[in-house]
Design a protein around this ligand. Structure first.
Ligand SMILES: Cc1ncc(COP(=O)(O)O)c(C=O)c1O
Length: 397
């Protein structure tokens, strides 16, 4: 789950730093991406929303991974970091006509359509043919329940086939339909569950094509959804098993390509957040640690009720349970219960792992006017600081 080399480096940084900071291991990122790119069966896109840091984008670009952008800010961030517009796919439920026009003018050629309006508007603003995928919202999954991407519940993502049928695509000459985009189950760690979700999609996609009168659709985009372990009991997914499964499905379903837009699986494991203990106390017999940074720097665990793993930097083996809290004046600022050294003291550092995806950029940094954490990268065996701890005064005009 973590790399000892990085922990050694973090132990060195904490001798000088006095405020929480993030570290991203770009060497490990390259290994993960290279393993995933080892086959032609899958076209891999990077879902920038997981972590839009420039160094990460430049690494993805250097590895020839095209990019999924879900806002103008993300498109501009990709273009600033080496990407050309033709390497961008535009996703997301909120695309106005003006936004689509801006993207077309900047040269974006790949779009995931999420509404009838998006189809009409894009056809109108595109000067010539652009490639589109229709995002399907399916409601009859075998799996039940909620998920951050909708699961079996009503969500704002895409449309049912029934509603796509109301669009007369023959009249929309500027839209070249490549196939379907379908992604409703995020952070799935169980291989069989993941394959069973994808099996349903491959079977249903034939019916969707029939309903919509599509004689040929070369692409299915399965979005993201590959989980990573957030607990020491969990086992990671095995990349070779996933690629093997997808290659067999590509052949069986006569597809030219299967696309994945991965965020969490690529960058989650490469992120570390180091945080200092400000106070230790006991309430109702429960031992609590109060840290200097909390959901202002790292909120996802709290939102998903699935906390990032944490460790201390002490070598003693006797552990005790502690509830860990951040500095904010809300009981939401809880970072989970962790087994840490029984000798732990004020001023010690905790290191949270698996937080390279949906970490700092998904958080709420302005609440209570705390400073922003510094960010470091570990690349080619060296640690480099990207940004020092920063005050937020410039945003409080
Ligand atoms: C359209 C789309 N694609 C890809 C992703 C990335 O998903 P993950 O981080 O699970 O790989 C997301 C995440 O929300 C998404 O909304």
């Amino acid at each position: 789950m973590f790399c000892d080399k990085i922990l050694q480096q973090i132990s060195k940084i904490v001798e000088e730093e006095n405020y929480p900071f993030y570290v991203y291991d770009l060497d490990n990122l390259k290994k993960i991406v290279e393993e995933f790119s080892s086959t032609k069966s899958v076209k891999l896109w990077y879902a920038q929303k997981a972590n839009p840091l420039s160094s990460i984008l430049r690494t993805m670009h250097s590895l020839n991974v095209p990019i999924d952008c879900a806002s103008l800010g993300e498109v501009e961030q990709a273009l600033r970091n080496g990407y050309s517009a033709s390497q961008i796919i535009s996703t997301g439920p909120s695309k106005s006509k003006a936004y689509l026009k801006t993207l077309v003018e900047r040269g974006v050629r790949n779009f995931v359509l999420e509404s009838q309006n998006q189809a009409y508007w894009l056809n109108e603003v595109a000067k010539d043919e652009v490639d589109v995928l229709l995002r399907i919202q399916k409601s009859n999954w075998k799996l039940s329940g909620q998920n951050v991407i909708g699961g079996n519940q009503l969500s704002q993502f895409g449309l049912e086939v029934f509603d796509w049928k109301k669009v007369n695509f023959r009249e929309l000459k500027n839209l070249n339909i490549l196939g379907f985009h379908i992604f409703q189950w995020g952070n799935i760690l169980n291989r069989d569950e993941l394959f069973s979700i994808w099996d349903e999609i491959f079977i249903d996609s034939k019916l969707w094509a029939q309903e919509l009168g599509l004689t040929n659709f070369p692409v299915i985009d399965l979005g993201g959804g590959l989980g990573i372990p957030y607990s020491t009991h969990d086992k990671p997914l095995v990349i070779s098993e996933i690629l093997e499964y997808l290659e067999s499905k590509r052949i069986e379903n006569q597809l030219e390509e299967i696309w994945l837009e991965l965020g969490r699986f690529l960058v989650g494991p490469v992120g570390y957040y180091a945080n200092r203990i400000v106070d230790i106390k006991e309430v109702q017999g429960v031992r609590m640690l109060i840290l200097e940074g909390g959901i202002n720097h790292m909120i996802r665990g709290t939102l998903a009720k699935q906390y990032f793993p944490a460790m201390d930097l002490r070598s003693d083996s006797q552990k005790s349970p502690y509830r860990v809290y951040g500095p904010l004046c809300t009981s939401l600022d809880y970072l989970g219960e962790h087994h840490l050294s029984s000798q732990i003291e004020i001023g010690d550092w905790l290191v949270f792992t698996q937080c390279g995806a949906y970490g700092f950029s998904e958080s709420m940094p302005l609440f209570l006017c705390h400073d922003l954490p510094a960010e470091f990268i570990f690349s080619e065996g060296n640690m480099e600081i990207l940004r020092t701890r920063q005050k937020i005064d410039s945003l409080m005009r």
